[in-house]
Design a binder for this molecule. Structure first.
Ligand SMILES: Cc1cc2nc3c(=O)[nH]c(=O)nc-3n(C[C@H](O)[C@H](O)[C@H](O)COP(=O)(O)OP(=O)(O)OC[C@H]3O[C@@H](n4cnc5c(N)ncnc54)[C@H](O)[C@@H]3O)c2cc1C
Length: 409
């Protein structure tokens, strides 16, 4: 059935203009779909003069997606760091594992970029797309399904009629609640402390992670060769204690916990604390509603892949809804949306549980488990074939990837 309806305000409405919602809206806008993007935050591009404490490790697949959105070309080279190697080791034992992008003939394993730079680049791109309308400082309050559309009501009484509404409003998604989709959340009883630091030694473009008894401590190399982004996961009490330390005390505690791998800590930015959970929505779709990014799932940050999975959701859903749009068909039908859920939900669930198992394995204090763990790290380290398989998957170079993630535009 061909769709002709001039009472539709937009083909798709996206709620949430973070990395995931902004990327999704941009991918649709580039394909000519009429999109309304709503976000509860303020309008202006918030270009940071200082480095944002939320810094992301970005895979090669995510880079391709950000290229397709148009945001990548707007990022300044000086704000993008590459990491060529990764070193992971255990506090309890001698086990370690090293990954090197050269082993699979790639110049880099991935990139490290401040979240704010990506969000700003996406906002700039969206402002230039004629078919995308952005509304800031707004939040939805109601959702009503009709025969061939869905109506989204806003706080100020405005209503928008669309074929499909997409939730990209993060883990506390209001839209997911309005759609009555259950979100199964498991609280890790752990927090992450994030900040950026200047170290005495150069990071040499190596991402490093040390598994401590209460959680992992990661240093991600930034564009300045002495600057790293730190994510320290531990018990909420310990994280609060670390947050309360003055700079010299904190620098000492951090350098010791990291076994002085990068020498003394010279300087650090403001510390930010994030509670950690894993979560998965019971369903990613409902008639004329789809969830992407953290509104659909949440994962422990130890592998630095939450936003990368969300970008794959965005690119997959975009590819799936653009096809019926181009044939003049209804893109919000459950039949169409099921393709998206089939493609992403199982893969995301497997990744969430894989990371969850690793987390529990590394936090297990039993001596025999520690021994097996260290043996396992060394065993994997000595099998280049196994390591390269893991590396390719972590870099987003293999798997059922959407075209945008494969650089096929
Ligand atoms: C410590 C830590 C480190 C991490 N490191 C990495 C990493 O290295 N690599 C990686 O890939 N991932 C990482 N992640 C995960 C990553 O932060 C998330 O997966 C990602 O930010 C999710 O993006 P999102 O756009 O779905 O949600 P969000 O970033 O939460 O964005 C939601 C957007 O929706 C808007 N919004 C919220 N409520 C409403 C509403 N009611 N109405 C309208 N708009 C609304 C917000 O203003 C915001 O713009 C990390 C997470 C943590 C906690």
């Amino acid at each position: 059935m061909m769709i002709v309806d001039d009472k539709i305000d937009a083909d798709v409405i996206v709620v949430g203009g973070g990395i995931i919602g902004g990327s999704f809206a941009s991918l649709l806008g580039q394909a000519g779909l009429k999109v309304i993007l709503l976000d509860a935050s303020k309008r202006q591009v918030e270009s940071f003069k200082k480095i944002d404490t939320r810094v992301f490790a970005i895979t090669m697949a995510s880079k391709q997606i950000l290229k397709k959105t148009g945001a990548w070309k707007r990022l300044q080279k000086k704000d993008i760091a590459c990491f060529r190697k990764m070193h992971v080791w255990d506090e309890n034992g001698l086990g370690e594992i090293n990954f090197d992008s050269a082993s699979i003939c790639q110049p880099t394993m991935g990139y490290v970029i401040s979240r704010q730079f990506i969000v700003d680049a996406l906002k700039e791109e969206l402002l230039e797309l004629d078919s995308v309308r952005c509304l800031w400082s707004v939040s939805p309050v109601s959702l009503r399904e009709e025969a061939d559309a869905i109506v989204l009501g806003m706080e100020d009484g405005l209503q928008f009629r669309t074929r499909l509404v997409v939730a990209a409003d993060g883990h506390n998604s209001k839209l997911r609640n309005l759609a009555n989709i259950h979100y199964q959340k498991y609280d890790y009883m752990q927090s992450a402390l994030g900040c950026t630091v200047i170290t005495k030694l150069e990071h040499r473009e190596i991402a490093r992670q040390r598994f401590l008894k209460n959680g992992p401590l990661a240093f991600l190399p930034m564009a300045d060769s002495y600057q790293s982004a730190v994510v320290w996961s531990s018990s909420p009490e310990h994280v609060q204690h670390l947050k309360g330390l003055n700079k010299p005390e904190f620098h000492l505690a951090l350098a010791e916990a990291f076994a002085h791998k990068l020498g003394d800590i010279k300087e650090s930015t403001e510390k930010v604390v994030f509670p950690l959970s894993r979560a998965q929505a019971n369903s990613y779709i409902k008639s004329r509603v789809a969830l992407i990014g953290d509104s659909a799932h949440m994962i422990h940050p130890l592998a630095g892949i939450g936003a990368n999975l969300g970008l794959l959701d965005a690119a997959s859903l975009a590819e799936i809804v653009i096809a019926p749009y181009q044939r003049g068909r209804d893109l919000g039908r459950l039949q169409v949306l099921r393709r998206y859920e089939r493609r992403c939900k199982g893969t995301n669930r497997n990744m969430i549980y894989l990371i969850d198992s690793l987390k529990h394995l590394f936090e297990n204090k039993h001596q025999s488990v520690q021994w097996i763990r260290n043996f396992g790290l060394d065993a994997v380290d000595s099998f280049p074939f196994v390591k390269n398989v893991i590396l390719k998957r972590a870099m987003g170079l293999v798997g059922d990837l959407p075209k945008a993630a494969r650089g096929q535009f």
